[in-house]
Each structure stands twice: as C-alpha cells, then as structure tokens.
Design a protein around this ligand. Structure first.
Ligand SMILES: C[S@@+](CC[C@H](N)C(=O)[O-])C[C@H]1O[C@@H](n2cnc3c(N)ncnc32)[C@H](O)[C@@H]1O
Length: 306
C-alpha cells in the first residue's frame, strides 16, 4: 500500500516524517524519493536486523536516521531528534515483516520449522517456548482467546499442557502439530483460501506473538504519543493486519475526533484533536495477488487539528 500511504502523508519536500516500523524500508524509501534535500525521515524498529538494514541505507542518505527503539518510545525519540510537535507524518505499519516471517530461526511461522522464539526484539528475555513451558492452562487459554479470538482456546491450552509433560515444546512444528491434533477438522467446503488462513494453528501463533511482544500495549501508547509529536495539520497513518489492532486504531481515532471523554479517561471539556481523513482503505486485487499477506491490511488516516 505504498502509493496509498504516500498519498495519505502528502509529503512536503522539506517535511519531517517518523516511520515507526522501518522493516526493510519500503515506505521509508518511497518517502525519501519524494522529499527534497531538507526533508527528514526518522525511522524506528525494535528488530536488530531491520535496524541494520536501515543503517546501511542511512549511510547513503543523510536525510534518514534510524533508531533501534520500540514505538512506545516515540515521544522520546522525537524529542531526542528535536522534532516534537513539528512532525508532518507518523506511520505505523503494524505486525511482523516478511523477513521476520520467512526466517525460520525467528520462530514466527508455523509454515517453517524453527525454534519457538517469536521475539521481535531478541534482547527481550522471554521467548514463546519459555512462556509456554511455564504458563498455566488458564493463562494460555486466556491469551489464545484474547489475542487470537481462538474458540478452541481451552482445548488447545490443555493439549499444550499435556504435551509438555512428555517433552518441552521447543519448535514451531511441535506447536503447530499439537494445535492441529487438538482442534476439530474444518470440512473441505468451508476451508479458507490461503494456507495461512486455513491452518488450524494460525490463531494460536498470532495470539502468542501478540502476547510475547506486548503488541497491543505498544500500539496504544504509540497512538497517544503520535498526537503529541505531530504538528497541526500533520497526519497519522496506520496499517493494521488483524481485527484486534484495527479495532484499537478505529476506537482511538474516533474518540480523539470527538469532544468529551476518551475511553475510560476523564477529560471533560476536551476538544477534538484529530480529524478522520477518508474511509479505511484496503489493498486492491493486484496487490493481494502479488503479496497475499496484504489481504487483511486496513489503512486508516487521521489529521491533527490546528
Ligand atoms: C509490517 S513490518 C513494516 C514493513 C515496512 N513498512 C517496510 O516497508 O518494509 C513491521 C515492522 O515493525 C516492527 N515493529 C513491530 N512492533 C514494533 C514496536 N512496538 N516498536 C518498534 N518496531 C516494531 C517489526 O520489527 C517489523 O520490522
């Protein structure tokens, strides 16, 4: 959705942009290609491999700065770079990157056998295998239900606890097989199109990944901070890949674009600080054909009010 993101960010030649999720820099590169010599892109990622790729690019382009940071520290990064309140656009392209999914050693994918890791930031201590080795059945079921909307969460949690009595669950294949055995088979005519969508372990892997990386807490904090770093008229652009993320973004943008209290926060007399721009956008058929992972992407845009 690079073109749609660029359109939404409306880059002025000398604008300042923060790409909170550098990945391999698809969006950052596109931005740099339309900025002038005084334009700036500050990019963050919590993944060391993404940051290394970013720093290589930054070595050839002084307009780009790359920080290894979580996007929940967006305000701190903006203030270090002295751009707080002066940012033209903030981009959050959420979730895992293709290189993370494709590298079996990162343990994100049930389609590739590897260590059950799933940490975006490998400096964090707790891997998925460590957590699954010690969490109780109730806790596992609750994570699968909350972050994967998995209706067989209890069955899967029980199967995990039974399996680990025989041997620790150390690999993605072990976990995928446990889940496959635990859930009822979907009749052929009701199966989803892509392997990733129809595999019974899809929701379990998504849930554990979100939990291990505290993805929803990260998102909540970054959304609030993005409003503070943007300048009036600056834009927040988000791309979500599943309904839990998208719901959070939607609620946030809605509540910030209305007067009155935010969800659960007493802010009487608060004026709206964001305006929602356009309707949520999805990738077109051609993009989904060339990148099936984009199928569930939803882009939302909001503008800080003057
Ligand atoms: C979907 S990819 C971004 C792809 C990127 N827009 C591109 O064009 O290559 C998401 C990236 O965000 C990073 N990420 C996810 N959560 C993060 C967080 N809380 N803080 C910083 N980076 C995060 C991941 O490590 C991953 O590299």
């Amino acid at each position: 959705m690079v073109d749609s993101v660029l359109k939404a960010l409306r880059p002025e030649a000398d604008g300042v942009f923060i790409d909170c999720t550098f990945g391999r820099g698809g969006h950052a590169r596109a931005l740099l290609s339309v900025l002038g010599p005084a334009g700036r892109v500050i990019a963050l990622d919590r993944d060391a491999a993404a940051v290394a790729a970013g720093r290589e690019l930054a070595a050839t382009d002084p307009r780009l700065r790359v920080e290894r940071a979580r996007f929940s520290s967006l305000e701190a990064v903006a203030s270090e770079h002295e751009v707080s309140g002066r940012v033209n656009g903030v981009l959050l392209d959420l979730g895992v990157s293709s290189p993370q999914l494709e590298d079996a050693s990162r343990g994100f994918s049930f389609l590739r056998d590897g260590p059950l890791d799933m940490r975006m930031d490998t400096e964090n201590e707790v891997t998925a295998a460590m957590w699954l080795g010690r969490a109780g059945a109730e806790e596992i079921a609750s994570v699968l239900f909350r972050f994967g909307e998995e209706r067989f969460s209890r069955r899967i949690a029980r199967a995990i606890c039974n399996a680990r009595r025989d041997a620790p669950i150390r690999t993605t294949r072990q976990l995928a097989e446990i889940v496959e055995r635990a859930v009822p088979r979907v009749p052929r005519h009701r199966r989803k199109k892509t392997l990733a969508e129809r595999h019974p372990a899809t929701r379990t892997f998504q849930a554990i990944r979100i939990f291990i990386n505290r993805e929803l807490e990260e998102l909540e904090t970054a959304l609030v901070q993005s409003v503070n770093v943007l300048k009036p008229g600056g834009r927040l652009v988000t791309i979500s890949f599943h309904s839990l993320e998208d719901r959070k973004v939607k609620r946030f943008m809605r509540s910030m674009s209305r007067p009155g209290p935010l969800d659960g926060i007493a802010t009487s007399g608060r004026q709206p600080v964001l305006g929602i721009v356009g309707r949520p956008a999805r990738p077109d058929e051609e993009e989904v054909r060339s990148n099936p992972r984009a199928r569930s992407a939803v882009m939302r845009v909001a503008e800080k009010r003057s």
